[in-house]
Design a protein around this ligand. Structure first.
Ligand code: 5GP
Length: 189
């Protein structure tokens, strides 16, 4: 047994910065790290499974849960609502494991307000040009949706100073190592 403490890690940054892939890789290496399933009002993409990828809710159902104070944080992202349910966070914390939330920047700053002990990690692309290229290569978004994500990215990059740690996702393997290093370091302290 190690003498590590469980911590709440919040990973965010612009869409297309590679957060999802990074977090998936880190979880392979650190299988004890809990991950919450977020709720969203956006439509499922091909291959996404309700309850695993997201909880896909209607706008009315999402609002009902906001009114019932069921979210730790929630935000409008790219024209849809996304949020972390308290039940998801509690489920993980009860298991005594550290937890990693992968959420947008507005949500991360709400978590900071509610849970000041959370460790905020900003994942950033090497440049806005690289970000645009990644979003296009993904092929899941229209040009309008990409333009919206890029203008959001500019605003989000301006908030990186409010984070505890910054990881530049240029080389994926290096970024994975860096993120694991950060997590292990906070768990030791
Ligand atoms: P996507 O639609 O590509 O799955 O996600 C779009 C954005 O929503 C990403 O930047 C992702 O981090 C963010 N997001 C996903 N889940 C949550 C959540 O629970 N809360 C917040 N605030 N943002 C989320």
């Amino acid at each position: 047994m190690s003498d590590t403490a469980s911590k709440l890690f919040v990973v965010s940054g612009p869409s297309g910065a590679g957060k999802g892939t990074l977090v998936a890789r880190v979880r392979e290496e650190l299988p004890n790290l809990g991950l919450t399933v977020s709720a969203t009002t956006r439509e499922p993409r091909e291959g996404e499974v309700d309850g695993t990828s997201y909880y896909f809710l209607t706008p009315d159902e999402f609002q009902r849960r906001v009114d019932a104070d069921e979210f730790v944080e929630w935000a409008h992202v790219h024209g849809h609502c996304y949020g972390t349910l308290k039940s998801e966070v509690e489920r993980n914390l009860l298991q005594g494991s550290s937890l990693i939330l992968e959420i947008d920047v507005q949500g991360a700053l709400q978590v900071r307000e509610r849970m000041p002990e959370a460790v905020l990690i900003f994942i950033k692309p090497p440049s806005l040009e690289v970000l645009a290229e990644r979003l296009r290569n993904r092929g899941t978004e229209t040009e309008d949706a990409i333009a919206l994500r890029l203008s959001n990215a500019r605003r989000e990059l301006a908030l990186q100073d409010r984070y505890d740690e910054i990881v530049v996702n240029d080389d994926l393997d290096e970024a994975v190592d860096q993120l694991i290093g950060i997590i292990e370091n906070y768990e030791r302290n």
